[in-house]
Design a protein around this ligand. Structure first.
Ligand SMILES: O=P(O)(O)O[C@@H]1C[C@H](O)[C@@H](CO)O1
Ligand SMILES: Nc1nc2[nH]cnc2c(=O)[nH]1
Length: 294
């Protein structure tokens, strides 16, 4: 799984992995995509694919979660060179693994990626949200970070970024606007939202009291990923866009019979996959064609 859980990968380790990958493919990606639970179909949109199983990539962690295939796919999306993680890593897969799960972001950077686009499956806390809504993430709450579990803890290597990176601009505002514009054009206005994503450690889903608390704290959706990757991506200067597919309603009411479960998460992913893929791929085209976004 994670051979040396939370081993701090050095700049040289990351560079060795990036150089190994660059030696196997001519694709020079400027966009990096991370697929959330059940959303790996995005990788299948890439043309002229060169794909690697995670187990064959030096230093790379292994996917252990159903719905995360465990392949790194290089290719072009509407002509734009991309690299796509078909399967991501979560904090709950191995204790104390916050550094291992974010390692791919540093490899993206060393591959030449400028823009990272992350997707995830999340539970809806905002009472106006419905299952199947796509939430453009405008900000986050890093709950594990409050307890000191931050991927940047430990010695800082200035070759990646500064000791104290700013996070008030974590989610690129132009890319959020682009997503809104593209979503409207595609006729997705009825299920396109924006909001605050809260990460928890998982793997247990939340209690009713926890959901109520998170909602009061300002979270619109709750999940188990993305934020750690965003912190590392921003630390090394990549632009970030992220979205949540609301796969289930967080249970907020003691009278409710609803129970969160991973099958429902994957099922909702399957139902919205096509629209989500279209939204992201159209955005990628626009990033290429509009220098303001490049
Ligand atoms: O990778 P994401 O954040 O999409 O995965 C979510 C969180 C858990 O891993 C899983 C729960 O169903 O889906
Ligand atoms: N923590 C959490 N993660 C999720 N991923 C998909 N749905 C949920 C949820 O309800 N809670």
């Amino acid at each position: 799984m994670f051979p040396e859980a939370n081993k701090g990968y050095s700049y040289e380790d990351c560079k060795a992995t990036a150089d190994w990958l660059l030696a196997q493919t001519d694709v020079r990606p400027t966009v990096g995509i991370v697929c959330g639970s059940g959303l790996g179909g995005l990788a299948d949109m890439l043309k002229d694919q060169v794909a690697f199983n995670y187990k064959d990539i030096p230093n790379f962690p292994q996917s252990t979660v159903h719905g995360h295939a465990g392949r790194l796919v290089f290719g072009t999306l509407k002509g734009r060179p991309c690299v796509c993680m078909q399967g991501r890593f979560h904090l709950y897969e191995e204790q104390f693994a916050v550094k291992s799960i974010t390692l791919p972001m540093r490899i993206f950077k060393l591959l030449g990626v400028e823009t990272v686009m992350l997707t995830n499956a999340a539970g809806g806390l905002n009472q106006d949200f419905k299952v199947g809504d796509i939430m453009i993430i405008k900000d986050h709450l890093n709950m594990p970070g409050f307890a000191g579990n931050n991927p940047l803890s430990g010695p800082n290597d200035e070759r990646f970024g500064v000791r104290f990176p700013c996070m008030s601009d974590a989610y690129d505002r132009e890319l959020q606007q682009l997503a809104m514009d593209v979503g409207q054009e595609l006729g997705y206005g009825d299920f396109l939202r924006e909001g605050v994503y809260c990460v928890l450690g998982g793997p247990s889903f939340e209690t009713i009291a926890e959901c109520r608390m998170l909602h009061k704290l300002g979270a619109d959706a709750v999940g188990m990923s993305t934020v750690h990757e965003v912190i590392i991506a921003r630390h090394c200067g990549m632009r970030v866009f992220a979205l949540s597919l609301i796969t289930n309603q967080a249970v907020m009411d003691y009278d409710s019979e609803e129970k969160a479960n991973h099958e429902e998460v994957l099922q909702t992913g399957r139902q919205r996959a096509q629209q989500l893929e279209r939204l992201v791929s159209t955005m990628v085209t626009r990033i290429e064609h509009n220098n303001n976004y490049a």
